[in-house]
Design a protein around this ligand. Structure first.
Ligand code: WAQ
Ligand code: MG
Length: 643
């Protein structure tokens, strides 16, 4: 039985006179309705924009004028650079007996912005298409099975190209076709002919370039150009045997994960999870065992304080658990604002803004403050969240040597950032326990009009006579623009915050993406943190006890020849080799002490260390016991071979 009547469908969409999409089909009568709808859908919803003009042309063809052609055989040449791709194309053209192959490929690379192809005489290099701007377009073609393959398939560069290439390769007088996609991110192009088949070349341009074009290379000795053009434009073709592209090797997802895990283990950088059955107190329970914890950042032991828990409980009952929305929509309660006023008072600023985590604060604030053109000056030992903030910012980042104010001043002076910028530093460095020279940072920033940002995650509740932080420590009257901190360490709660001027708060409230696009913290957390803040004000002895514990512990370690320095509650015990640090931590665990081995990428490779963090409530007995065991295990691991 003969097929139904056959129709050509052509869609073209424009906006402001600019082409935005086009597609065509050749279909049996029964499929016309469905595909017409799908083509319109494609016209109306194209990534290039919304059209103001759509042309859908439906035309009956006489079935016997439609030629059926077998799809060209396909192969793929993987190349590793554009240059290599270009050479492969040139070589294949030469092998097809074309003189001037390099000149022709060069011409392809000069082409862009055409709707159609260059029709080029291979012998005279004469352009034969009547309209050089537009080029000649191959049209009236389709995959013979498109009616069965469904109307809703999205644009498939390969499927469309193989149909076109098959039609073109069968044109009278045709020698070869060369093609580079004009899609900025589609780097695969091809060379095709009846002799070569369809040869895909994986890199013909670098990603991001909107250049692309086609050359139809022909001989007109026996066939006049008009006849070639008439075939390309007017002779309907249906291509059979178009198969979806077979990918030799799909990406190995499982292998990706496993290779990463293996390499972490090999480098002694794999981390296991410790699971506790109790709060992070000096003594914790783990699997029924009592363990001495020397790694909590709950420095003042407030997370489990009765008053803190009661405040949180009351708020929990009143406000429920989750906040249900971003601060910009429905996630602000009086408790959020009250805590912010208290934080501002605590840090002597006009106002404050609470973030979901310290990480969210740092990684969001820096990009907000540093647009393209600005320069960020960042200490080489800054916390990962600051590094990620720098990476996310469109500004340039300049790293200065750790706490080296000469290096910082030199770099600022040399770069002379006229479009603004930021100096950003940890107040207490999280892996070293030392303090940033705040007054010097403020001096340098002042001279050049730079913003300043200090991360007080480990200094709030720790530095200064009464724990107010780095300004109290230096008796500094000036304010950094951004005094960032966390609720999750000495305040025993959860979240990050920024203390700043009222205008800066408004700026961040409106500009900081990590703040805007997060559901706010529960009111119960706000109430708990506020209570903790009150306790720090009322009981400054906690801060003194913490400081006293640090001196005691450092003196105990010295008894075992372990020399440590720290200006905070973080005490690094330097080991160096990752494997030794990991063994020391493992050994201490078996003896009932948790003190983690800090390794790359938290610190540089070869600078692994045990990192003790003390609490105000550790007893001297506990600390003396810990120092003794640490001394013992360091002696044992020093006999281990360096891994
Ligand atoms: N007739 C002649 N030339 C055309 C036509 C046509 N129907 N359609 C496009 N061109 C020209 C025009 O100058 C374009 O700028 C250029 O070709 C590239 O067109 O196996 O996407 O539609 O994975 O961007 C190759 C697939 C994809 C390789 C090619 O071309 C693979 C592609 P694009
Ligand atoms: Mg394209």
């Amino acid at each position: 039985m003969a097929e139904d009547s056959v129709y050509s469908l052509k869609m073209r969409a424009e906006a402001n006179g600019r082409h935005i999409s086009g597609a065509e089909r050749i279909l049996p009568e029964a499929a016309v309705g469905e595909f017409a709808k799908a083509l319109l859908e494609r016209a109306m919803h194209h990534a290039n924009g919304r059209p103001d003009f759509v042309n859908l042309k439906i035309e009956k063809l006489s079935a016997d004028e439609v030629r059926s052609l077998e799809a060209l055989p396909v192969r793929t040449v993987e190349v590793s650079s554009v240059e290599q791709g270009r050479n492969v194309m040139t070589q294949m053209l030469e092998d097809s007996g074309v003189a001037n192959a390099a000149v022709i490929v060069d011409m392809l690379y000069q082409t862009s912005g055409m709707r159609g192809a260059i029709l080029l005489d291979a012998d005279t290099l004469e352009r034969l298409e009547p309209d050089h701007q537009r080029g000649v377009r191959a049209t009236l073609m389709d995959d013979a099975e498109s009616a069965c393959k469904g109307a809703n398939s999205c644009k498939d560069h390969y499927a469309e190209a193989i149909v076109l290439a098959t039609k073109v390769a069968n044109a009278p007088g045709m020698i070869a076709e060369l093609c580079i996609s004009d899609d900025p991110d589609y780097t695969t192009g091809y060379i095709a002919s009846r002799k070569l088949g369809y040869v895909r070349i994986t890199k013909l341009k670098s990603p991001g370039t909107p250049k692309g074009g086609r050359i139809f290379l022909c001989r007109t000795k026996e066939i006049p150009a008009e006849q070639i053009i008439a075939y390309l434009e007017k002779s309907p073709v249906r291509v059979t045997g178009v198969r979806p592209l077979h990918r030799e090797s799909v990406f190995d997802k499982k292998g990706f994960v496993n290779r990463n895990l293996e390499s972490l283990k090999h480098d002694n950088l794999f981390r296991d999870e410790f699971i506790f059955d109790s709060a992070a107190a000096p003594c914790v329970k783990q699997g029924g065992r009592e363990i001495l914890l020397l790694s909590s950042n709950d420095y003042l032991d407030l997370a489990r304080d009765e008053r803190v828990i009661k405040a949180a409980k009351d708020a929990l009952e009143k406000f429920g658990l989750g906040s249900g929305g971003s601060r910009l929509t429905t996630g602000s309660t009086v408790l959020h604002r009250e805590l912010e006023y208290e934080l501002a008072k605590f840090k002597e600023t006009e106002d404050a803004l609470v973030f979901n985590t310290g990480f969210a604060a740092n990684s969001g604030i820096i990009p907000a403050l540093c647009p393209p053109g600005a320069v960020i000056f960042s200490d080489e030992l800054n916390h990962a969240s600051i590094i990620d903030g720098c990476r996310a910012a469109k500004a340039r980042t300049v790293i200065y040597r750790h706490n080296d104010m000469h290096d910082l001043a030199d770099k600022v002076r040399m770069i002379d950032p006229r479009q603004g910028g930021l100096i950003v530093s940890d107040a207490v460095f999280s892996m070293d326990g030392d303090i940033a020279p705040l007054p010097d940072i403020l001096d340098i920033a002042q001279e050049f009009g730079l913003f300043t940002m200090l991360d007080e995650a480990h200094s709030t509740g720790v530095l200064g006579e009464s724990g107010h932080g780095i300004r109290e420590h230096f008796s500094e009257k000036r304010h950094p623009d951004i005094l960032m901190g966390t609720l999750s360490k000495a305040l025993g709660a959860e979240g990050g915050f920024v203390c700043c001027t009222a205008e800066m708060r408004q700026f961040l409230y409106n500009k900081c993406r990590s703040f805007i696009f997060s559901t706010s913290l529960p009111a119960a957390i706000m109430a708990g943190a506020r209570s903790a803040l009150e306790i720090i004000e009322q009981e400054p002895q906690r801060v003194r006890m913490l400081r006293e514990n640090v001196s005691f512990f450092i003196a105990e370690l010295a008894k075992y020849d372990i020399k440590c320095v720290s200006d905070s509650a973080i005490i690094p015990i330097h080991i160096g080799d990752e494997g030794r640090a990991a063994s020391a931590a493992d050994q201490l665990r078996t003896h009932g002490i948790v003190i983690p081995a800090i390794r790359y990428p938290t610190v540089k490779r070869g600078e692994a260390r045990l990192r003790a963090a003390l609490m105000a409530t550790h007893t001297h007995d506990q600390l003396a016991f810990a120092a003794h065991l640490i001394g013992q295990s360091l002696q044992e691991i020093s006999c281990l071979p360096v891994s």
